[in-house]
Write a protein that binds this ligand. Sequence first.
Ligand code: NAP
Ligand code: GLV
Length: 309
Amino acid sequence: MALLVVITGYQATPWVSKLQAFEPKLDIRVWPEVGDPDEIDFALTWRHPMGEFKKYRNLKCIASMGAGVEHILCDPDLPHGVPITRIVEPSMPQSMIEYVVMVVLNYCRHYDLYRKQQIEQQWLLKIPILARNVGIGIMGLGQLGGDAAEKLSHLGFQVAGWNRTPKIINGVKTFSGDDQLNEFLAHTRILICLLPLTPGTKDILNRDLFDKLQPGAYVINVARGEHLVEQDLLYALETGQLSGACLDVFRTEPLPKDHPFWRHPKIVVTPHISSLTIPAAVVPQIIENYHRALSGNPLLNEVDIRRGY
Ligand code: NAP
Ligand code: GLV
């Protein structure tokens, strides 16, 4: 019985050391040093090589190292009937709201302008945008978006949220479904995308949607790069329909060196860090699921594969 860690593009070491510290007797294999594939019961993964999991005949669970699972579900050779789990843990919404508040307040208090003025030793004032005068729209009211909506509302912003199914959140005006999307967008000066990536949400941040936001709106994408049509963002920034964007996620990560977003004066780029998974915080739920998978008990945070999140 073994747990396999399959991770590409990042280091496995912090994961392995935390798993070992939590359960010293666990047989942990780190891809590509897999050993006998039939001994693998459980895979913990982030961006695995496509087709990898079909090699493990006794696999009982594929666990995402993050909240999102599209990096698993996009594998055309995923073994049938193997459940998939994701991370749900308080440090994720905590980290996300800290990032979102940082970006929203930078926007409202013209922080980038003052950094620029400092370099030029300029003393020029610009009236701040007070929270009560700003409509923030959050797409996706799940673990992260729901929490962000509630907390931004506590800061005094006019918060609206858009979700697949209707949802009630104190202090937040909520909308749901395609029928209510336009009304939601019309309210929005700062748009925050916290949707899962599914066929229904891919490319959703496009020209048509930007045109329905308040003129000069600001876009924050902290969900997935594939939500955004990159050329449409550049166009909306050029026409002034959007005044800026803060992007934490990209279609290609790391963002290629020659990508126009790097040097765009109206775009802030961060390297997919708005809510990093902290191995020490989530290892207990991974180990719990490992034991549940071995004993055939219901898993924690299992995703609905057909729904896609
Ligand atoms: P979640 O709890 O599964 O919430 C997803 C929400 O989106 C649900 O409320 C769902 O509505 C809604 N939704 C799904 N499809 C929709 C659609 N077509 N139209 C409108 N609403 C829709 O997910 P989460 O934990 O909040 O995470 C959201 C995403 O954030 C993840 O999938 C991941 O891609 C991204 N993320 C990014 C980072 C980062 O560091 N940048 C970190 C963590 C997560 P229902 O309630 O009706 O199902
Ligand atoms: C990060 O992007 C995650 O899905 O947790």
